[in-house]
Ligand binder design. Structure first.
Ligand SMILES: Nc1ncnc2c1ncn2[C@@H]1O[C@H](COP(=O)(O)OP(=O)(O)OP(=O)(O)O)[C@@H](O)[C@H]1O
Ligand SMILES: [Zn+2]
Ligand SMILES: [Zn+2]
Length: 809
């Protein structure tokens, strides 16, 4: 792990560490700075790499060379191109992320920046307008002639590539002119690039006098509607570009360029601010009157938090500042983005890692120029380079998808957002009906401004929750996944022409496949878990939910060849099928990872349901996240128990959040809602708290327990995960690391493990874990950083660090 000295320097440094823009495995290199050259972290530089000059980003300056580097062999930075990749104040944020999460700065940059940003940026040079006349004295002949040529041109701005290829002396002339400050080089991030266009071809003449292939092509074009892209016509008519050009020259068709807008702002019909409820108004007033800082908005489901966000953002934009809105998952973004787009129009952009490279790049550029003023995005959008940030909103701030599991840095977008707010001096609004216990603890301790909206808008009641004891159902001989209460409720709902949601804590058709003859389950060959059965149109299929390994469903047991296989558990697919069986007239729609894999499928399914084209939506976790469907009156929770018994100290916190959020989808319109919660453990405290919507009581009990056991938020956890293809070397390394940690005063007695992860083998690699409790904050992290830098694991073993892990593996 490197140590960097970021930021501007008091005394010029001699070396810099640069993240080069090259498709190499190792991308961080040390370069020498020429005399008089200065650079700071975040600067874009041009450096020699192999036989080429490439772009790079300065990670930090060094006034001492790391041991083992021979200064004589280091290459020199070719030029410092300047800043411009980042908004002001952005760089210190990246440095802080690297520091806190114990990862090299280069990894943070790779996460924060859109991929390929430097190679998409283009290097240019321009004449220095007020260059000293003396600077020309003593130029070499080649450089002099290059300079005269450039000055004779009508403009004073050229692409680097053009200069290298066309000027006498090429690169060396350019360097000479730059050294004399006659010429300066810079990067542009696409603004001089031509708008992306695509060639189209349109039918121009009747094509009557044509014959043979020409006639066939024209006929094909007519069949396709008379106007298609050149690409499409080439493919459909199996013809050549040359023939199309000939037809164009003959006036039979016209080829033209059509501009393709890569990133259209989301479109939606305009939307006016709502008249605020008293609770909303109070919250906004307090928000606007407060000094900038973290704010926790604890508002029950359906209390109208989104409207608060929208009206908090409006004055920010009016001041010419920008706003960043983070949402947990893209699954919930269509609805939410639409609301933002409807309110703020073309100033809104969507930014998340599922966009294409080009889309992310375009969006990044528009953020830097201020064209994008509101960015709605998922986790990685916390790095969106919005200048003049006036407000950050994190919706559903408790959501686990704000935490990155891998690759490093394992950052939490909420943590990073709080730092960003601090650096930008703006409020960070954390909203949730079920706040994260850490946020809640800080808010009640007065470290955050704590605002509340304890009621739903328009006096709508929270839905009544009925807990159904599934053990009694079994006693009564009901072996279906639907209790009698739920069956009656579904029938009633259906009769009244309303809609419902059934929530299952799983996906797939059934969880696992077991051989009735030998008792073996069908397992993933790479991971220590059973495969999940999926029923597909193309045929039945098994899939591993850890490594995504897929296999067709075997006809017989691979262990004993018995054909007697049995399917256990109940996934979304099976529930949907059983529901249709019991209620033949019920139209059932599935909403899970399988049915939403296609681009835009989220939106399509939700819109379909919203239009009333289905009566029941059967789905998983994804249903819980902020869906606002006013027609839904019934929510059924089929198997709450799977949630309650996970081997993780956060299991009950997560269960409470999930149950409350799912229940919160009911009764958001004018009709009151009803929730049926099925469980085998009705007396479980989480079930009790969720059924009374009592977050406060639950939080108090849970926090007391966490304090007693020494768990977050009262102590920091750091997980170290070691993995390798060989079990032996993982175990040895984990034990060696544990001995080191035990010997350190900071962690003595606060080490859990080493132990194999719950699933020891994933994708062919063995995984062991060490869990450290760090009560000493930064001091503890510093000694951990030092210890990890020195630790050398066995060959082939990688060590991943997860600071504040959310899931214990
Ligand atoms: N001031 C208002 N007047 C009328 N309707 C409102 C008002 N504010 C919000 N609503 C409506 O109330 C419903 C719930 O609001 P919203 O979706 O923002 O709730 P929420 O607090 O985000 O809930 P959740 O935590 O469940 O996502 C929405 O349909 C919204 O349009
Ligand atoms: Zn068998
Ligand atoms: Zn697997």
């Amino acid at each position: 792990m490197e140590t960097f000295r970021p930021g501007p320097l008091l005394r010029p440094a001699a070396w810099v560490q640069v993240l080069v823009d090259a498709p190499a495995r190792e991308r961080t290199y040390t370069y020498r700075l020429a005399d008089g050259m200065t650079a700071a972290g975040g600067d874009v530089v041009c450096v020699p790499f192999g036989s080429q000059l490439v772009g790079g980003i300065v990670l930090g300056c060094l006034d001492q060379l790391p041991t083992g580097l021979d200064p004589g062999r280091l290459k020199t930075v070719e030029s410092v191109v300047g800043t411009g990749l980042f908004a002001p104040g952005f760089w210190p944020l990246l440095v802080r992320v690297a520091d806190y999460y114990l990862v090299p700065l280069a990894r943070v940059l790779e996460t924060a920046l859109p991929p390929g940003i430097l190679s998409r940026a283009r290097r240019r040079v321009r004449l220095v307008a007020d260059a000293a006349p003396m600077a020309q004295w003593g130029l070499s002949a080649a450089a002099k002639s290059a300079f005269d040529f450039l000055r004779s041109q009508a403009h004073a701005d050229f692409s680097w590539r053009f200069c290298v290829q066309r000027l006498s002396g090429g690169v060396s002339s350019l360097r000479e002119l730059q050294a004399r400050r006659l010429l300066e080089s810079y990067y542009v991030f696409g603004e001089t690039a031509r708008p992306r266009t695509q060639q189209f071809v349109v039918l121009a003449g009747a094509g009557a006098d044509l014959c043979g292939r020409s006639a066939a092509v024209v006929q094909c074009l007519r069949r396709l509607g008379g106007e298609v892209s050149v690409e499409q016509l080439l493919a459909e008519a199996r013809t050549t570009r040359a023939l199309l050009q000939k037809l164009d020259a003959g006036g039979h068709v016209r080829i033209y360029e059509r501009q393709i807008l890569r990133l259209a702002a989301p479109t939606a019909s305009a939307d006016a601010p709502k008249l605020l409820t008293d609770a909303q108004k109070q919250v906004l007033d307090r928000l606007q009157g407060a000094t900038p800082g973290p704010v926790l908005l604890e508002g029950v489901t359906g209390s109208g938090k989104t409207e608060v966000y929208l009206q908090a953002i409006a004055p920010v934009l009016d001041r010419g500042e920008s706003a960043l809105v983070l949402v947990p998952e893209i699954g919930l973004t269509p609805q939410l983005t639409d609301r933002f787009a409807a309110r703020f129009g073309a100033r809104v952009r969507v930014y998340h890692s599922a966009l294409s490279e080009g889309e992310r790049f375009d969006c990044w550029r528009q953020m830097l120029t201020g064209e994008a003023q509101v960015v709605v995005g998922t986790r990685s959008a916390v790095f969106a380079p919005l200048p003049k940030l006036g407000l950050i909103v994190l919706d559903e701030e408790h959501d686990g998808s704000y935490k990155q599991d891998r690759p490093a840095p394992c950052y939490h977008a909420r943590t990073v957002a709080l730092w960003r707010g601090e650096l930008a001096g703006c409020p960070v609004l954390l909203g949730s009906a079920t706040p994260d216990l850490e946020s809640f603890d800080r808010a009640t301790a007065g470290r955050y401004l704590h605002l509340e909206m304890p009621e739903r808008v328009a006096g709508r009641p929270l839905p009544a929750v009925e807990v159904v004891d599934m053990r009694e159902e079994l006693n009564r001989g009901n072996f279906t996944p639907f209790s009698a209460t739920l069956q009656r409720a579904v029938a009633e709902m259906h009769g009244a022409g309303r809609q419902g949601i059934l929530f299952i804590n799983r996906r797939g058709y059934s969880t696992f496949v077991l051989c009735r003859n030998c008792g073996e389950t069908l397992r993933c060959p790479h991971c220590a878990v059973s495969l999940t059965y999926h029923r597909l149109e193309a045929g039945d299929h098994l899939r591993c939910h850890y490594c995504n390994h897929g296999a067709p469903q075997p006809r017989a047991c691979p262990h004993c060849t018995s054909p007697n296989l049995r399917y256990f558990g109940a996934g979304t697919q099976r529930i949907a099928a059983q529901l249709s069986e019991q209620f033949p007239t019920l139209r059932v729609l599935r909403f899970d990872r399988d049915t939403t894999a296609r681009k835009d499928a989220h939106r399509q399914i939700l819109e379909q349901f919203g239009r009333g084209e289905a009566d029941v939506l059967v789905g998983t976790q994804m249903l819980t996240k902020g869906l606002d469907l006013p027609q839904v009156t019934l929510v059924g929770i089929l198997a709450a128990d799977g949630l309650l018994n996970l081997p993780d100290f956060r299991a009950s916190e997560r269960a409470f959040q999930l149950l409350t959020q799912v229940a919160g989808r009911a009764g958001r319109g004018s009709e009151p809602g009803r929730v049926i919660l099925q469980t085998y453990a009705p007396e479980h405290p989480v079930v009790e708290a969720a059924s009374t919507h009592d977050f406060r009581r639950y939080a108090a009990a849970e926090l007391t327990q966490r304090r007693a056991l020494g768990y977050p938020p009262f102590v920091q956890l750091v997980a170290l995960q070691l993995s390798a293809a060989e079990q032996q070397s993982v175990v040895e390394s984990a034990e060696a690391l544990a001995r080191r940690l035990d010997g350190s005063a900071d962690f003595e007695g606060r080490l859990l493990g080493p132990a194999p992860c719950t699933v020891e083998r994933v994708a062919g690699r063995y995984r062991w874990q060490l869990l450290i409790k760090n009560p000493n904050g930064e001091a503890g992290r510093a000694s951990l950083r030092a210890l990890l830098t020195q630790f050398v694991p066995c060959a082939g073993v990688t060590v991943a660090v997860d600071v504040d892990p959310l899931r214990l593996l």
